[in-house]
Ligand binder design. Structure first.
Ligand code: GTP
Length: 301
């Protein structure tokens, strides 16, 4: 027995079916029309390339308000929590993406509770959303809750620093943390692997709860399952950011130009040998495979 009804068209043919079976379609249509809100936060020690990566991820100059000459110079130190909003549309689906850039910590003489302003900011957004949801006008609530925090870990240490542990432990109950190994172009592939292992061990050891990717559906095909597995195993992702566009083999790419070659900073390319060295570029740099292969036969810095 079905509760649905088929409304006939004017010409006597069967019309649109209306019943609860159409609910998923209705919800889908409504959500697509309304668009989605997503807020991404970047946090971590000062100078690890947070602002740069945000800029390179979205292929835009999110810091154009900073009054300096060009994009590279405009990335100056972030001294307060700043918010940038971009409206993105892909195949008719709208996304209002908010990036929250937080001041890097570690510069001050006393770094005690340096995580506090960030934790307070996240709490305030929750409280605002809760207030809006409890209010009368619930139709047009702006969701500013922080959905994800990309946490930058220094490539220059030997794993997590005490401040990293403190910071992530202060945030892990509040937000989904995705740890990344910053400036991966400064490490060789084996160094990247070693650092990743160390960081994974320490995350476990200190009981830090990072974001867990959802389980893959059992009916997915094998290739997808393997990709999914590789993605999960490559956490913390190694990342490389760049604000400058460089030319490599006739292609203009966002990358970092070194005396021995180019490290491509976008999630797009394969190897782009440049100059006389046999350097290679990681591909893709913003994803799990970013291995930081910047050092070529031309010599390390
Ligand atoms: N080698 C290398 N350098 C990078 C990378 N990303 C950024 N940089 C450089 O690192 C410096 C600091 O970058 P920012 O993006 O300002 O760093 P931040 O983490 O936002 O710094 P704060 O504003 O102090 O929090 C700049 O000179 C960047 O050009 C990277 O992937 N590799």
């Amino acid at each position: 027995c079905s509760s649905g009804t088929r409304f006939p068209n004017g010409d006597g043919t069967d019309g649109e079916y209306v019943g609860f079976a159409t609910l998923p379609n209705q919800v889908h249509r409504k959500s697509v029309k309304k668009g989605f809100d997503f807020t991404l936060m970047v946090a971590g020690e000062s100078g690890l390339g947070k602002s740069t990566l945000v800029n390179s991820l979205f292929l835009t100059d999110m810091y154009r308000d900073r009054k300096l000459l060009n994009a590279e110079e405009r990335i100056t130190q972030t001294v307060e929590i700043t918010k940038h909003v971009v409206d993105i549309e892909e195949k008719g689906v709208k996304l209002r993406l908010t990036i929250v850039d937080t001041p890097g910590f570690g510069d001050a003489v006393n770094n005690t509770e340096c995580w506090k302003p960030v934790a307070d900011y996240i709490d305030q957004q929750f409280e605002q959303y809760f207030r809006d949801e409890s209010g009368l006008n619930r139709k047009n609530i702006q969701d500013n809750r922080v959905h994800c925090c990309i946490y930058f870990i220094s490539p220059f240490g030997h794993g997590l620093r005490p401040l990293d542990v403190e910071f992530m432990r202060a945030l892990h109950q509040r937000v989904n943390i995705v740890p990344v190994l910053a400036k991966a172009d400064t490490l060789t592939p084996s160094e990247v692997e070693r650092m990743k292992n160390k960081i994974r061990e320490e995350i476990d050891h200190y009981g830090i709860r990072i974001y867990q990717f959802p389980e893959c559906d059992s009916d997915e095909d094998e290739e997808f399952k393997l990709q999914d597995q590789a993605l999960k195993e490559s956490i913390p992702f190694a990342v490389i950011g760049s604000n400058t566009v460089v030319e490599a083999k006739g292609r203009r790419v966002r990358g970092r130009l070194y005396p021995w070659g180019i490290v491509e900073g976008n999630a797009m390319g394969g190897p782009v040998p440049a100059g006389t060295g046999t350097s290679r570029t990681p591909s893709p740099s913003c994803g799990p495979h970013a291995g930081g292969l910047g050092r070529g036969a031309g010599g390390a810095p």
